[in-house]
Design a protein around this ligand. Structure first.
Ligand SMILES: Nc1ncnc2c1ncn2[C@@H]1O[C@H](COP(=O)(O)OP(=O)(O)OP(=O)(O)O)[C@@H](O)[C@H]1O
Ligand SMILES: [Mg+2]
Length: 262
């Protein structure tokens, strides 16, 4: 179980906090999506979770223990794929293990096994530029898995892809999640994507963000795209869109007030 309790966080020189009293819970092995207006603090939340930023107040716990005691509990897949163009696919996937100073030969074996798992056997010696966008995202995902965390933090991994590639990667990711036994936190701007993938959707609300609104997804773990048309699922989609819209409006007003224009 991953728990955030009463988190407060302010970027240096920002004056106003991004989070004030933010709490969140994700069950072990669950798939949770996070949505919220642009600039609401989604990426910042991940930066706190993987220790790139420290909260001013509050606690981040994993199974009741502070995360500071658990090295590498979370693996982060950033918003851009960030593959190194001068490294082969295999070397890119090995990178987190190289950084953790794991033996080279074992790391290479693990990278190859992981590439096979994401359907890229045979591409080990190619360079990122020779791959399609969807393949690069799978390499990036394989690299994230090789970092070894129990919690995967995926920050808009599919946002740059065309809709068909995106849909097939969503189905692929669900399939991976079912046998990986990892907890996945998934940031997206796409309400339908959030619903299709996860068991619950969390929405960042308020300025600063004081809480998350939680929406359970009324679909079983084994699911298909047709289920998105069921009335209770379609209703959830419209409710989420309405909430994001009102948050975006409140955000615009807030920014106007902040900049002194009224
Ligand atoms: N390093 C930083 N220093 C100061 N302010 C920052 C920093 N990074 C982000 N911010 C500010 O914090 C707020 C939240 O940013 P964040 O990147 O977490 O938003 P987001 O919800 O991920 O947005 P998007 O949907 O556009 O990716 C924004 O107002 C942003 O300008
Ligand atoms: Mg972001």
């Amino acid at each position: 179980m991953l728990t955030l309790e009463n988190i407060r966080f302010t970027y240096p020189n920002a004056g106003i906090p991004i989070f004030d009293g933010l709490s969140l819970q994700a069950e072990r092995g669950s798939f949770v999506s996070i949505i919220g207006a642009s600039g609401s603090g989604k990426t910042t939340l991940f930066r706190l979770l993987n220790g790139l930023e420290q909260p001013e107040a509050g606690r981040i716990l994993i199974d009741g223990e502070p995360v500071t005691a658990r090295k590498h509990f979370a693996s982060y897949m950033p918003q851009q794929d960030l593959l190194f163009p001068w490294l082969t696919v295999e070397k890119n996937v090995m990178l987190p293990m190289t950084v953790q100073k794991q033996p080279a030969e074992r790391s290479a074996d693990k990278a190859r096994a992981m590439l096979a798992q994401v359907g890229l056997a045979g591409w080990e010696d190619h360079y990122p530029r020779e791959l399609s966008g969807g393949m690069r995202q799978r390499v990036s995902f394989a690299r994230t898995l090789c970092a070894g965390g129990d919690v995967l933090l995926l920050d808009e991994p599919f946002s740059a892809l065309d809709s068909i590639t995106r849909i097939s990667l969503q189905e692929w990711l669900l399939d991976q999640w079912r046998h990986l036994e990892k907890t996945i936190l998934f940031i997206t701007h796409d309400v339908e994507e959030a619903i299709f993938l996860s068991q619950k959707v969390l929405v960042l609300t308020g300025h600063p963000v004081t809480g998350l609104q939680e929406f359970p997804v009324p679909m079983p773990a084994e699911r298909s795209r047709e289920m998105l048309l069921e009335p209770q699922v379609a209703r959830l989609k419209e409710d989420l869109i309405a909430l994001l819209r009102s948050e975006a409006k409140a955000g615009e007003q807030y920014n106007l007030n902040e900049s002194g224009i009224r």
